[in-house]
Design a protein around this ligand. Structure first.
Ligand SMILES: [Zn+2]
Ligand SMILES: [Zn+2]
Length: 183
């Protein structure tokens, strides 16, 4: 079974989880040999429950309607989904570990400006966009913001995850002064 690590950088802090998936297909694929049968869901629920999983039958999404039976189980934050095709002799297993934070959340602190009124070069003035910060004034150098442009997450379809900063487009420096804080 292939075991795939997955890192989700659309959250802060980013999370890490493993997924595993497999399909079991009978060599004799005639429709008459299809694995689907009434009572399969109850059998899968009973087997998972006996092993300590909280299992329930799921209604397949319309686009996945060819999966006649879908049973999902949860145990200690882990998830398993068993799907049986209605018209093929195929059983699909999906497993997923809990998402673990890669590090403790660190509160963002606005960085010190690269230049102030006192340290300006002669004849220059502070950048009106970032006021000497040098970094992008919207994301303050992070490159991402909640409700940003589609990227890791973000965009209208995923506003609750981190998206690319619409101001600097992940360049992180102030687009107006290119990071110098003055001009
Ligand atoms: Zn600037
Ligand atoms: Zn930015």
């Amino acid at each position: 079974m292939p075991d795939e690590p997955f890192m989700d950088t659309g959250t802060e802090p980013p999370t890490y989880l493993h997924t595993v998936s497999n399909r079991v297909r009978a060599q004799d694929a005639r429709p008459a040999r299809a694995a689907y049968a009434p009572g399969l869901a109850a059998r899968a629920i009973a087997l998972l429950s006996a092993d300590g999983w909280q299992a329930t039958e799921q209604i397949p999404e319309p686009r996945l309607a060819s999966w006649g039976v879908v049973v999902a189980g949860r145990r200690d934050g882990r998830e398993i989904t068993v799907s049986v095709a209605r018209d093929r002799d195929t059983v699909r297993y999906l497993g997923r570990t809990p998402a673990l934070a890669l590090y403790a959340q660190v509160p963002h602190v606005r960085p010190e400006p690269v230049v102030t009124e006192r340290t300006l070069l002669p004849g220059r003035s502070l950048c009106v966009e970032c006021d000497g910060l040098g970094l992008c004034p919207l994301c303050e150098g992070r490159g991402w913001v909640l409700d940003g442009l589609p990227g890791w997450g973000g965009g209208p379809r995923d506003p609750h995850r981190l998206g690319r900063c619409p101001e600097c487009l992940t360049q992180r420096v102030c687009p107006r002064c290119s990071g110098t804080g003055q001009y």
